[in-house]
Ligand binder design. Structure first.
Ligand code: TYD
Length: 406
């Protein structure tokens, strides 16, 4: 028995995905003896609704100078963050004098570059120094530290309060969410807006996309849990905007209590979450059974392909794939190697399963018979790009929302 990271109520894991390495911990063979593992076990809190990991490795083990995720690798994501920045402009900054925007986890500057381009005051907070350096090199103001309430006070002292605080695929990484929420409240102007988006619990449960559960994602948010967690720090959920990114995300809009009107979307989304069973044990018992069935079907398929000596490779050495390979027991005998465009991952082994990661050029040079689509959330972009692979008879193996060969 342990306690909720938000409200301290007792919680218990409803399932375990077993021993897991760091999802972005791509490694060289000599590092295998020292590979770090922890137990990946999710729980949800019946009191405040927060879906969370029981155990999370120390942040320094995940977000450091060798952090392997560069946001700008996807063209679609670049366009997505341009639209996000436009919305902030339209909905928050339009009529404000000399506005100030802060982004938490600004990575390589994929979103802040649009504020910089307008000559607006901006600040990125990005603890992974390698990606922060990429942002700085293009003139985006960035500090390389972990955000908390102390850093919030320093930022206010130096720059004043913020009109908008933003983050994308970052808030759900922060175990110390109460300190971050408190810091954001101090950082925001009394009429400021907090807008952030993360993979959405409702989509994950509906699609059995259990691969969203990995070390970095200490929380998978819902409208209910976000409203409760930030409400404790004087921030009110005023709108929710569903997004298609990362296989189904939610953008949450929050503001200091009673500073803005509340959209009816908020109550409607919370009602949907109750209808989906996200507030009770049965909802998660069903999710657990769906994860187990998905694993069984995926391994039946991969074992079948191996039996007929088909050439199978992975497409996209995503963080998510670490949960899939380790939970299902996928080995290099099933998936010979994984194609990925990120230089820092190439030539290394995937965490835990130790499947070699090779440059994308190898995929194009010698198409496999089947590609296991680990980057399923980018399916539209990838299928568009890989028409030639399909034309030569190459097939895709999907596992979300169900296991199928297309
Ligand atoms: P993403 O789903 O954004 O990652 P995560 O699960 O880590 O959040 O996928 C990004 C990874 O997929 C990254 O390593 C680059 C790789 N990738 C390709 O190799 N080719 C592609 O066309 C795309 C879109 C991604």
């Amino acid at each position: 028995m342990t306690v909720c990271r938000i409200c301290n109520s007792p919680i218990e894991a409803f399932m375990s995905f077993g021993r897991m390495p760091i999802a972005n911990g791509f490694l060289t063979p000599d590092q295998i003896p020292n590979e770090y593992f922890f137990e990946l076990a999710p729980a949800y809190c019946e009191a405040c609704g927060m879906f969370q990991l029981i155990e999370q490795p120390a942040p320094e083990k995940m977000f450091h100078e060798n952090y392997a995720f560069y946001s700008s690798t996807s063209r679609y994501m670049q366009a997505h963050f341009e639209r996000f920045a436009d919305l902030v402009q339209e909905r928050v900054l339009k009529d404000r004098v000399d506005p100030f925007v802060v982004e938490l986890g600004s990575n390589d500057g994929i979103m802040l570059r649009h504020f910089k381009a307008r000559g607006q005051r901006h600040l990125g907070v990005e603890p992974a120094s390698n990606v922060a350096d990429v942002a700085r090199a293009s003139g985006i103001q960035t500090i390389s530290e972990f955000f908390d309430s102390k850093l919030a006070e320093r930022i206010v002292a130096q720059h004043g309060q913020a009109d908008a605080v933003l983050s994308a695929n970052v808030m759900c990484h922060i175990a110390n969410l109460p300190s971050v929420a408190e810091g954001i409240r101090r950082l925001l102007k009394p009429d400021g807006i907090l807008m952030f988006e993360d993979p959405y619990l409702g989509d994950m449960v509906a699609k059995t996309s259990y691969d969203q559960i990995y070390d970095e994602h200490v929380f998978i948010f819902s409208a209910t849990s976000v409203s409760n967690a930030f409400g404790r720090h004087g921030l009110e959920l005023i709108d929710v905007l569903p997004q298609i990114t990362h296989g189904g995300s939610m953008r949450y809009v929050l503001a200091p209590k009673r500073s803005h009107g509340v959209s009816e979307n908020v109550a409607a989304q919370k009602a949907k979450e109750r209808d989906q069973g996200l507030d009770r044990p049965e909802g998660y018992a069903k999710f657990k059974a769906n994860c187990e069935n998905s694993r069984t079907r995926l391994m039946e398929t991969l074992n079948g392909l191996r039996a007929k000596s088909a050439r199978v490779v992975g497409y996209g050495a995503t963080s998510k794939s670490t949960t899939v390979t380790n939970y299902c027991g996928i080995t290099p005998s099933h998936v010979a190697w994984i194609s990925d465009t990120t230089p820092i991952k190439q030539g290394k082994l995937s965490p835990g399963a130790h499947i070699p990661v090779r440059p994308y050029e190898n995929f194009v040079k010698d198409y496999p018979d089947y590609a296991l689509l680990f980057a399923w959330n980018h399916a539209a972009e990838i299928r568009e790009k890989e028409k030639a692979y399909e034309a030569t008879g190459g097939r895709w193996l999907y596992f979300v929302p169900q296991v199928e060969i297309v």
